[in-house]
Write a protein that binds this ligand. Sequence first.
Ligand code: IPE
Ligand code: IPE
Ligand code: MG
Length: 243
Amino acid sequence: MDEKTLNSLILPRHIGFIMDGNGRWATARGLERAQGHKAGAQVFRSISTYCAKLGIESATFYAFSTENWKRPENEVNALMKLFKEFLEEAQAREEENEEIGFHIKFAGDTANMPEELVSLFDICEKRSADKTGTTVNVAVNYGGRAEITNAVRSIARKALNGEIAVDDIDENTVSSFLYTAGQPDPDLIIRTGGESRISNFLIWQSAYSEFYFTDVLWPDFTTDDLDRAIIDFCSRNRRFGAV
Ligand code: IPE
Ligand code: IPE
Ligand code: MG
């Protein structure tokens, strides 16, 4: 996006990406589905870098849902391997990522995830914790319902311990127990791959999000496609229930 256009827009503070279509992209090329995920990982890299360049505050990337465990074992294993490689590479590129200013955060349930992966995420989070550029939430083993259920459990525990009064529990309390605590709710949620559904992504946080669905498959998604989504978002009239 050119400087002039950029300066004329009020950008979304938080963008959510449902990175769908990797499998179909690969199949259409006679490749293994895992190859599609590999290509998708490259696009994740370029789009997150572009978000930082635009000055987007938060970007959440849906990489693996709590429901994706239903996939064939070899695909799940390939994805876990890819996440691991990706995190190792992020460490190797630490200087570059520091320069971009990424603050990397894991969003998801660490239970039943490979331990090695959990600790790699932990290292990435800690090393980038003081960065003030774009917060990149990587949603792995993420499900909106599981996230809310976990929040309810934590709040109930606090209530039982007498740390919080039941009548003091409000929407802010719930938000503060979600993975995105402290970040603005997503203004814009982009889903590639042609499906018009949310698939358990940020279901609490997206109460007033604007949705942008595109047929472009995630491995084909470019910074120009993101520009188009942002410009479309900027033309919308958000009323939040008012007139
Ligand atoms: C999205 O691409 C990535 C994950 C869900 C891990 P898909 O793998 O769902 O791709 P399609 O929808 O089958 O094309
Ligand atoms: C949503 O894609 C999850 C991710 C992009 C990680 P899916 O491909 O799993 O969604 P459904 O099954 O088509 O709803
Ligand atoms: Mg899919």
